[in-house]
Design a protein around this ligand. Structure first.
Ligand code: FPP
Length: 226
């Protein structure tokens, strides 16, 4: 078996429950969760087999959360994207956001664009944060773009028109639930799915490496026979 986890995608779930279990506000869990985003990203940047890491940071459905929680998440994102520039540059990490960014405030859009621009030259890991992202929304936006361009449809063209053109090899969800929650619906067609009960604030590079080692033992057939 010679599987490489080239593209890892993670549904980072369990921040709220982790905080509540300690009698703290849910926002405390998001704050700790953002530190785990940094440690997992840095680990992947130094991993010889990982080229791309896509993290579900804010879904098209997350706007339904209480106003205060949404506002906190927006501020946390703004802080993270500003403060972590050295992490990206030191790790040679290129930041490539996915999702419909047009719903964010002008200032958050500017911060997102600045980090993208500042890391454009980086040649190591590509880290994508999925921001106001939904798999169905991504497919609808791509379909509309292809309709406007009036080009013949092909698998390659659809893939290239999506926010993310690269298939996922390994999808991980923390927090104990077993669902995709509208994440990378097209790109996970042949992904291996791993679920862990660990809540995102407690997820570690060590657990990630154990999952990668299990992934490498899986026989992937892509619909064929071996
Ligand atoms: C799920 O926890 C997490 C999210 C809503 C999105 C992930 C956000 C972060 C990891 C923090 C911010 C990220 C960055 C990059 C600054 P939940 O609130 O659904 O947890 P629960 O299922 O226990 O309620």
């Amino acid at each position: 078996m010679n599987n490489h986890p080239n593209h890892i995608a993670i549904i980072m779930d369990g921040n709220g429950r982790w905080a509540e279990a300690q009698g703290k506000n849910r926002t405390y869990g998001h704050e700790k969760g953002s530190e785990v985003v940094r440690s997992i990203t840095t680990y992947c940047a130094h991993h010889p087999e990982v080229d791309r890491l896509t993290l579900y940071a804010f879904s098209t459905e997350n706007w339904k959360r209480p106003k205060l929680e949404v506002e906190f998440l927006m501020k946390l994102l703004q802080k993270y994207l500003t403060k972590e520039l050295p992490t990206y540059l030191e790790g040679n990490i290129r930041f490539q956001p996915i999702g419909d960014l047009s719903s964010f405030s002008a200032s958050l859009q500017k911060t997102i664009a600045e980090l993208k621009e500042a890391t454009h030259h980086c040649t190591g890991l590509i880290q994508s944060l999925a921001l106001n992202y939904g798999g169905r929304d991504e497919i609808i936006r791509a379909a509309a773009a292809l309709q406007a361009a009036q080009t013949p449809i092909s698998l390659e063209l659809i893939a290239q028109t999506l926010d993310c053109a690269t298939d996922v090899d390994l999808l991980i969800r923390t927090g104990g639930d077993h669902r995709l929650s509208n994440f990378l619906l097209w790109q996970t067609a042949y992904a291996e799915l791993f679920f862990t009960n660990t809540l995102w604030p407690e997820f570690t590079p060590d657990e990630l490496e154990k999952i990668i080692q299990k992934f490498k033992k899986v026989e992937r057939r892509f619909g064929g026979l071996h």
